[in-house]
Design a protein around this ligand. Structure first.
Ligand code: PMP
Length: 379
């Protein structure tokens, strides 16, 4: 089968050197050379993300990390404020409700953000034990102002600030201490560019104290207290580490260190803006308001009369796979992920494939307009 570019918002393309780590002969997890690699990875993750509490890297996905954040900071009967900018924001509601946590939701219209003043007003009304914010909601392509929210959170020192970074971490600037974040979480398959299978979570000292105050919690695998000894000394055993994925993530972190985090964030801004300009030049509209538009993916609204299933089927034949819309936008848009270890060739190829697809779907298109606009913006 012909190669298809993976242009969905995760998993993202996996670089050859990262694939090589997954193809290595698996070692005993107690092997000193693996223990050293795991420890180095954890130290790097703490340093690079400006964290002094703990970082956890365990087998799982972003959703597991979401549950881990909630399970270790809240108990039944506590109050949580969920700030939702779409489908993934809302996922916290069910996770919390199943635990008997009292949930209040403050929601934006899809494509917009909840103003920071509105969040502050809500937090002033009663005591919330924690608040969740999705940095980039993959369903809408909206980026929340997490640093500004973190700054406002200084007025609420007893509220744990949880940030879902699944569609942002390693692509958009996030600093645990400097942004006053208590829990930052993600999965391996997004801007780290590793295959799916790892949950990554940073916890501040404040989050760790909250965990301690809860005593024994009902959860076992995702209990911070079970993992802390292993994260300090990976030669200890709690549950088998995903050896090859740990190596793969370590290679991703090496790539990030070589590129430089700031350069990587700037590259994502350049790519994101260039892709969005190209799509607009082709006549598409982007769902997210320009002031809060994510750079890790684009949520692209179809022109009237375009059949979503047909468009995405033909685009796949032309060599690029994108994702469909979620919730109220199912059938009305496609989602193009452009995060992680991708390059300009990837972007040019996907935009060119979109142009060919438009022609085959009888959408008016000027060949080269999208690619030209993209290249102009990549200069
Ligand atoms: N949060 C966000 C913002 C996401 O985009 C996703 C996955 N698309 C998740 C959480 C859930 O992650 P996973 O699919 O890895 O469980």
């Amino acid at each position: 089968m012909a190669k298809r570019l993976v242009a969905i918002p995760g998993p993202t393309p996996v670089a050859r050197s990262i694939q090589d780590q997954m193809g290595r002969e698996t070692m005993a997890f107690g092997d000193p050379s693996f223990v050293k690699d795991y420890k180095e990875l954890l130290d790097d993750l703490k340093e690079l993300w400006d964290a002094t509490g703990e970082v956890f890297v365990i087998a799982g996905t972003g959703t597991l990390a979401m549950e881990m954040a909630i399970a270790n900071t809240l108990k039944s009967g506590d109050n949580v404020l969920v700030v939702s900018h779409g489908f993934f924001g809302n996922r916290f509601v069910e996770i919390c409700e199943r635990r008997g946590i009292n949930v209040e939701v403050i929601e934006s219209k899809w494509g917009e953000i909840v103003p920071v003043e509105d969040i502050e007003k809500k937090l002033s009304e009663k005591h919330f034990h924690a608040m969740t914010v999705t940095h980039v909601d993959t369903s809408t392509g909206v980026a929340a102002p997490i640093a500004e929210i973190g700054n406002m959170m200084k007025k609420f020192p007893d509220t744990i600030y949880i940030v879902d970074g699944v569609c942002a971490t390693a692509g958009i600037d996030e600093k645990v201490n400097a942004m006053n974040i208590d829990i930052l979480l993600t999965g391996s398959q997004k801007a780290f560019g590793v295959a799916p299978g790892l949950a990554i979570l940073w916890a501040s000292e404040k989050a760790l104290e909250r965990r301690k105050s809860l005593g024994t919690i009902p959860d076992y695998y995702i209990d911070f207290e079970k993992w802390i000894p292993i994260m300090h000394d990976p030669s200890k055993y709690f549950a088998t580490p995903a050896v090859n994925l740990v190596w793969a993530l370590k290679e991703s972190v090496n790539i990030i260190k070589n590129e430089g985090l700031e350069n990587r964030y700037n590259r994502h801004i350049k790519y994101g803006r260039a892709v969005q300009a190209a799509l607009e030049a082709l006549g598409f509209k982007i769902l997210a308001n320009k002031d809060h538009r994510a750079v890790t993916l684009s949520n692209v609204l179809y022109m009237d009369g375009v059949n979503d299933a047909e468009f995405r089927r033909i685009l796949a034949e032309e060599g690029a796979v994108v994702a469909g819309g979620l919730g109220p936008y199912a059938g009305k848009m496609f989602r193009f992920g452009h995060m992680g270890n991708i390059d300009e060739h990837f972007l040019v190829s996907v935009i060119a494939a979109i142009e060919r697809t438009m022609a085959r779907c009888n959408i008016k298109v000027e060949f080269g307009k999208g690619v030209g606009t993209l290249l102009e913006n990549l200069k």
